[in-house]
Design a protein around this ligand. Sequence first.
Ligand SMILES: C[S@@+](CC[C@H](N)C(=O)[O-])C[C@H]1O[C@@H](n2cnc3c(N)ncnc32)[C@H](O)[C@@H]1O
Length: 305
Amino acid sequence: MAEAVLEYLDIASGRTYVDMTIGPGGHSQLILQNAPESFVIGIDRDEQALSMAQQRLAKFAGRFRLFHRRYSQLPQILEEMGIDKVDGILIDTGLSRDQMLDLARGFSFESTEGLDMRMDRSQKLTAYQVVNEYSARQLQEVLGSIGRRREVRKVANRIVSFREGSGPIRTTAQLAEIIAATIARPSKWGKKRHPATPWLMAIRIEVNNELQELKDGLHVAAEALLPGNGRLVVLTWAGHEHHLVRRELRALQKPSPSEPPAHPNAESPQPLIKYLTPKPLYPDEEEIRRNPAVRTCRLHAAQAV
Ligand SMILES: C[S@@+](CC[C@H](N)C(=O)[O-])C[C@H]1O[C@@H](n2cnc3c(N)ncnc32)[C@H](O)[C@@H]1O
């Protein structure tokens, strides 16, 4: 999908791009390599990811600047830099491989080191609090965010009864085991995928307020693009994200007036973007064969109008 990202971002020399989720810097490196004299503003809420990006991009010193922020804070960042509009914005949602594989972070079902799941380790809310302090009703809401409504109540009640009977749930591995013992394993899943995976993702989404961030991120991105040719590219990795991005990009294409017009001749709100991929792009079979992790990835693109 990397080539399609560069193509839809329409990268070219001398332009300014925002990598809203720079992670270890893979996409930014490609932009800086392929668009000479371009500049990248890199954002991540994870300080560890930023230091990896810093190292990886060191050879492009002077052509990028990194910010430890949430991407919904883009307007403040641009104001600090004295930049009004940018040529392209990339959002690559979710976790990096490094975050997932670092067992101390508690994202993986194999992690026995603590129920953390914070992307930004300076924030207060952790998965430990969500799992051990939320009521059954709150847990149902959290777990319902990824669909699978049939078993939501069962899983929420089991978490609560476990912690009442045996004390706090302390690790992601323990939580994954409790969930796996409560639900039916989806029959189409291969052996490699842990049955608790989507449920752990729902907890992670709550800890990092991911749905609101993504929604806000799309809106601030659409506002920050250079009218006419500015490009937005979004990579999503899970069903709930594919739907959210499609819904929000469609809404940005056809904004509905939030208030009735002040007078009958008042102009209706102008669309901010044109949705270039009403059908998101999929990785092809060859790419999935080379890198199976990419199979759930979808690419959405839009152009500022
Ligand atoms: C899939 S990784 C990005 C990988 C990157 N595109 C690359 O090529 O190396 C997603 C990154 O986004 C960061 N992230 C997720 N939500 C964020 C948010 N709301 N604000 C800032 N960073 C966020 C995560 O910490 C993670 O490092």
